[in-house]
Design a binder for this molecule. Sequence first.
Ligand code: C2E
Ligand code: CA
Ligand code: CA
Ligand code: CA
Length: 279
Amino acid sequence: AKKSGRNQSVLFKQSLRLEHNVRARIDHELRKAIVKNELSLVFQPQISTVYGELVGVEALLRWQSSELGTVSPAEFIPMAEENGQIVELGLWVIKNACLVLRQWQHNQRRPINMSVNVSAGQLTDPNFLKNVTEIINATGVDPTGLTVEITESTAISEMDNVRNLLEQLSGLGIRIALDDFGTGFSSISLLRQLPFDSIKIDRSFLSNLTRESQDWYIVKAIQDLASALGHEVVAEGVETNQQLSLTRELQCDVVQGYVFSRPLPLNELEARYFLPQNR
Ligand code: C2E
Ligand code: CA
Ligand code: CA
Ligand code: CA
């Protein structure tokens, strides 16, 4: 038993070292990702439950590294948040999302909203507002078509500064969404502290949704609360037709999930959802 214990701990140390090396390589390669043109955005459709049509998309970051292959955002975003690279990556995301949005505002007959994810490290960067304003001016985008998604943990870091900043963004016409709602500890009190336009119910509540299950009552309560407070509700991570019809019954406003589509590259999204132009 003693011997195998020692072997296990050797293995454990090896795997820690491996883990450390992987992280160091990701860190190193990520610094070059923008210059090497390895980043891209994919766009996941958001569909109105009432009208069944596309009302917006969420822009999600993708990294195809020449050295490491495809690296998941679940892996590199937390690292970029830790080492501060998220500020630069985040501006790249906002700029490129705005370029796409500007094009749609020019070409499409109906408005399509563009949501981008914003981490705590971005919101607390003293230049964030100035940089976003510059991107809006440089791209010529109408900011009322833009939504920033923040999570609860983002919101509660430096609450006073964050509130101030969100109010200024809101003043520019940008919409504010509370992401992953229900997973943290203070989501409900946040609703009265910050100027949210919409809340996104975390997908963990939708993934096992059946009628009159515990999750069904939770989603119902969130929906009732949100609509009483005047917030739009987005149900995230809806995968099956059964879940979809329940979110309709529960009067969620918008659905985002595999039941409609995975996140798509721009050309696929446009081919699927937009009428051919210039005819
Ligand atoms: P998130 O903001 O909660 O984004 C939704 C995630 O759920 C996406 O994963 C999406 O592909 C996935 N998803 C959508 N529909 C379904 C579904 O029906 N079922 C399941 N199982 N999953 C679904 P993705 O693209 O891997 O992104 C993971 C996380 O990485 C995001 O979670 C977000 O926190 C972060 N992230 C992605 N792009 C950015 C970015 O540009 N900036 C920042 N700060 N974070 C980002
Ligand atoms: Ca999000
Ligand atoms: Ca607003
Ligand atoms: Ca989410």
